[in-house]
Ligand binder design. Structure first.
Ligand code: PXL
Length: 281
C-alpha cells in the first residue's frame, strides 16, 4: 500500500523550504503527500528579499485539516511553520484524537523572517508531548529547553534530554553546519541513547530548506515502515545530497535540491553514524 503523509506548514514560494520541500521529499520515498497551508512566505525584492509572512485565517486552517483528515488515512503527519497560535492549537486538538506518528519541526526561526519565540510556551505545553520525533535546530533547541545558545554536541545532548523530559519521544537536534569544525552534525536522542550523525560540510553557502526537508524525510521514512533510527539516517543522507546540489537564486540564500540523492548524488557526501551512546538518567 502506498504510504500517505500530511504536512501542515507554510508555503515558501522560493521552493526550497516549507510545504514545497515537504511534498517533494515525500515523493522521494514513494509516498503520497498532501499539505495544509498555514501561512505564505513571499519576498520583497526592494528590501533585499526580506521575507513577508501572511497567515491563513485559523478557520481556513481548520477546514483544510478537517477536509484532508476526512478523505485520507495518513501514515504520518509532519508540521512545519505554523505561524499562529490558533493554527498550533487546532493541530494539537486533531493530533490528540488521531494518535498518528507525528514529526514536529518546531519552527521558531526562519532565515530572514525573524523569530516566533512567542510560540515557545504553546509548543512546550501542547505539541512537544505529542511528538513521535521533534526536530529543533540549535536555536529552537536552546529556546525550547530554556538554555543559553548551544555551540557544542554536549549542549545539543543537554537540550535533547530536557525536550525529551517535556514529553517528546525522540529528539533530533539539527546542528547542521552551524557548529565549528569540518562536519555537519546532528544527534538523535531516544530517551536512552544518543546517536551522532556526521557528514562533511561541502560548501559555505547558506541553504534554505534543510531543516524542513530533514523533518519531512523523517516523516516519510516512518510512514514507509522505517524505524525511527533508520528514518533519521536516511533523512540525513537526503538532506546532505540536497545541500551539496543546492540551486542559487536571487535572494542570496540557495534552495535545497530535493531529489539530489537520487538524481545528482555527490561523492563528497559521506554520512557516518556513531555507535549509540547510553546516557545515564
Ligand atoms: O526553514 C524554515 C521555514 C519554514 N517554513 C517556511 C519557510 C522557512 C524558511 O524560509 O519559508 C514556509
Amino acid at each position: 500500500m502506498t504510504a500517505k503523509v500530511l504536512t501542515i506548514a507554510g508555503s515558501d514560494v522560493s521552493g526550497g523550504a516549507g510545504l514545497e520541500a515537504d511534498l517533494k521529499m515525500f515523493e522521494e520515498y514513494g509516498a503520497f503527500g498532501t499539505a495544509v497551508v498555514t501561512c505564505i512566505v513571499t519576498f520583497d525584492p526592494n528590501e533585499s528579499y526580506s521575507h513577508v509572512l501572511e497567515f491563513i485565517a485559523p478557520e481556513v486552517v481548520t477546514r483544510q485539516l478537517e477536509s484532508t483528515l476526512s478523505v485520507h488515512e495518513f501514515d504520518a503527519i509532519k508540521s512545519g511553520m505554523l505561524g499562529s497560535v490558533d493554527s498550533a492549537l487546532v493541530l494539537a486538538e486533531k493530533l490528540r484524537s488521531n494518535e498518528l506518528p507525528y514529526v514536529f519541526d518546531p519552527v521558531l526561526v526562519c532565515k530572514g523572517a525573524g523569530t516566533m519565540v512567542d510560540l515557545k510556551d504553546l509548543f512546550v505545553e501542547n505539541l512537544v508531548p505529542l511528538a513521535t520525533v521533534i526536530t529543533p535546530n540549535l536555536e529552537e533547541a536552546a529556546t525550547l529547553a530554556g538554555l543559553d545558545p548551544i555551540d557544542s554536541v554536549e549542549g545539543m545532548i543537554e537540550a535533547a534530554r530536557i525536550i525529551h523530559a517535556q514529553g517528546a519521544q525522540n529528539v533530533v537536534v539539527k546542528g547542521g553546519a552551524r557548529l565549528a569544525g569540518d562536519d555537519a552534525i546532528d544527534i538523535l536522542f531516544d530517551g536512552e541513547t544518543v546517536t551522532t550523525l556526521h557528514s562533511p560540510k561541502v560548501h559555505e553557502k547558506l541553504v534554505n530548506g534543510a531543516g524542513c526537508s530533514f523533518a519531512s524525510s523523517i516523516a516519510a521514512g516512518i510512514a514507509t515502515g522505517m524505524s525511527i533510527r533508520e528514518a533519521v539516517v536516511a533523512a540525513k543522507e537526503q538532506v546532505a545530497h540536497g545541500i551539496a546540489a543546492c540551486l542559487d537564486n536571487a535572494t542570496g540564500v540557495a534552495s535545497l535540491f530535493h531529489p539530489a540523492a537520487r538524481t545528482a548524488p555527490s561523492s563528497e557526501v559521506v554520512v557516518t553514524v556513531d555507535e549509540p551512546l547510553r546516557i545515564a538518567r
